[in-house]
Design a binder for this molecule. Sequence first.
Ligand code: B12
Length: 226
Amino acid sequence: MWCVLNIGRFFTLLEVSKLTQVLADLKDDEVLNMINDFMNNSPSPDGVDKLMKSAQEGMAIVGDRFERGEYFVGDLIFAGEILADVIDLIKPIIGGESKHNIKGTMVLGTVKGDLHDIGKNIFRIMAIAEGFEVHDIGIDQPVEAFVEKVKEVKPDILGMSGILTLALNVMKNTVDTLIEAGLRDDLKIIIGGNPVNKDACEYIGADAFTTNAVEGLAICNKWMKK
Ligand code: B12
């Protein structure tokens, strides 16, 4: 009941689990057909949130199959391409024109050693649509690149993305270097991606963490109201 009511007109519980499954099975045509149907049926914000979560669950299954040796790197690449196509299709409802008044400024990037950028890009699209000025420095970015950009832009928020476990140490080094450079005090830091959690957040010295772009945006919005 809960799912059917909250998910929007078309995207029922059944379709959500089906999306997870067809994405996990790398059935690109079926995934894109489902997304087109979704877009043609007045999607609600809640529906978009559920879609995103089920896509993430599908990708987690792809990752599990890769770990078990059932999928190979080529399958990871293909899964990434399918998800990128999904993001393109839903961009009109998760993104759009930036709001007229800039709500805040943000530096964003994926840390050194990590090439994953789909999650970061989703967050960027949403943050821009929400009225943030986002300086996305890209993937595989060393500590110095973050520090230099923070020095240059003086953002309200720094967002670091990392999907590999190794990203956590790079995030910590970045925060430590920002402290040494005297750039930490006026900066809010949020970390996002698969391996982040409360312990990692404390270890890194970030202000917040999330594995969900919608939640991340809500946190950033709250910071800008204070
Ligand atoms: C697709 C994929 C790839 C693609 C990425 C394509 C791309 N352009 O991003 C490619 C093929 C490049 C790839 C490569 C590799 N991958 Co890979 N990959 C994945 C996979 C299947 C999906 C990742 C994804 O897009 N998820 C969907 C997005 C939407 O979710 P997300 O990233 O978590 O983002 C959401 C939130 O976290 C949040 N968010 C993300 N960033 C930020 C930032 C901020 C500031 C905020 C607020 C929020 C936020 O918003 C998003 C939306 O809600 C994952 C499995 C998984 N469980 O995630 C493995 C996975 C991450 N990969 C893995 C591995 C091992 C690799 C390789 C080492 C494989 C190899 N042998 O070459 C390489 C490493 C390359 C490198 N140096 O980075 C492992 C990582 C293991 C680990 N613990 O470190 C995983 C977990 C698979 C597994 N289970 O083994 N991969």
